[in-house]
Design a protein around this ligand. Sequence first.
Ligand SMILES: Cc1cc2nc3c(=O)[nH]c(=O)nc-3n(C[C@H](O)[C@H](O)[C@H](O)COP(=O)(O)OP(=O)(O)OC[C@H]3O[C@@H](n4cnc5c(N)ncnc54)[C@H](O)[C@@H]3O)c2cc1C
Length: 392
Amino acid sequence: MTDNSNANQQPDDLAQIRESVRALCAKFPGEYWRKLDRERAYPGEFVTALTQAGFLAALIPDQYGGSGLPMTAAAAIMEEIQAAGCNGAACHAQMYTMGTLLRHGSDAQKARWLPKIASGELRLQAFGVTEPTSGSDTLNLRTTAVREGDHYIINGQKIWTSRAEHSDLLLLLARTTPREEAKSRTGGLSVFLVDMRLAQGTGISVNPIRTMMNHATTELFFDDLRVPAENLIGEEGQGFRYILSGMNAERILIAAECIGDAKWFIQKASAYAKERVVFGRPIGQNQGIQFPIARAYAQMRAAELMVREAAAMYEAGRDCGAEANMAKLLAADASWAAADMCLQTHGGFGFAEEFDIERKFRETRLYMTAPISTNLILSYLAEHVLGLPRSY
Ligand SMILES: Cc1cc2nc3c(=O)[nH]c(=O)nc-3n(C[C@H](O)[C@H](O)[C@H](O)COP(=O)(O)OP(=O)(O)OC[C@H]3O[C@@H](n4cnc5c(N)ncnc54)[C@H](O)[C@@H]3O)c2cc1C
């Protein structure tokens, strides 16, 4: 791709960050990811390298040992990781789950955990919200946390808790007041920071789930897990609000990853279309090959504008719920369209492991479903932006 759009439009500091991320990612080429993908193994070395370079602590304020960078910088980091063919899904959650602790944790909690998260001594990669029975209907979750003296006793189950086997800490959403007794529709849920190092084998069990891509996801079972009351984040019963307040950051960062993926697919397809000769000419000379690449590029650029708009609004402290959701929707659509186009452009070779396309194709598809499914974004826009009746 002869695309200088980023370099031309980014302030110098972002250009520098982008360049540093690219340099780091160059040390983790396709073979590295293919081997892990085959074995469904965690990219520990890659995550360590990102942590040591300070990228995963981008959003943690300086006073807690992070770089205190704004959202646009964090989004640029995630985008570049994906555009380089790497997979940020192994570690992206730390950037946004940390925000719940930062915004709603006490000073003592922040001082206790954030410096260790920033340095990499502790990993906060696991985020336990989804449950098998309630799915997208988060308010209906069944995991309970019951106060007993200076502990909460947790019972229940989570599903799709990604990276739980590779994380020291888990940010957990559980019900502390039965739904029918809660003061409001969204009340009665609370957030806990669970130290899984202490909990393994004593109340929490972790079962890996093998998925179509290498994602290190799991299901968790809690059986009388004892969590110190001091690990409750913020006020009891306000957990849903706290989790929601982190959703915009999550949407923006994942959308930035999708833009990175789309750029990778478009670059890969353009390069191949120029060099692959069939019927005596490069396939890229045929409009049937050119047009889908050009369309994917236009779609990616349009989505990229929305991601930047959402990130800039987030950074300015403005309400960016609609923009963050639209950014996620449009970017996930753009990355999937680019993935499909790239596979088609490569003909049979697109299916060969060594081209990395089939791997990235599987990886990027996730974002139309997680961390929020496209339908739920459309419902949000219909209800909260367009004023249509609530559909669920
Ligand atoms: C690989 C992977 C990793 C994940 N990692 C995490 C994680 O780390 N932590 C975590 O908490 N969760 C995680 N998730 C869960 C993810 O957020 C959910 O899968 C996603 O939000 C969709 O929920 P669900 O799977 O329960 O689908 P369901 O809620 O069962 O929905 C199934 C389908 O029906 C649609 N649907 C449901 N209700 C409506 C409605 N009212 N209107 C229109 N359509 C509707 C949904 O959009 C979806 O397409 C992960 C999931 C995957 C697959």
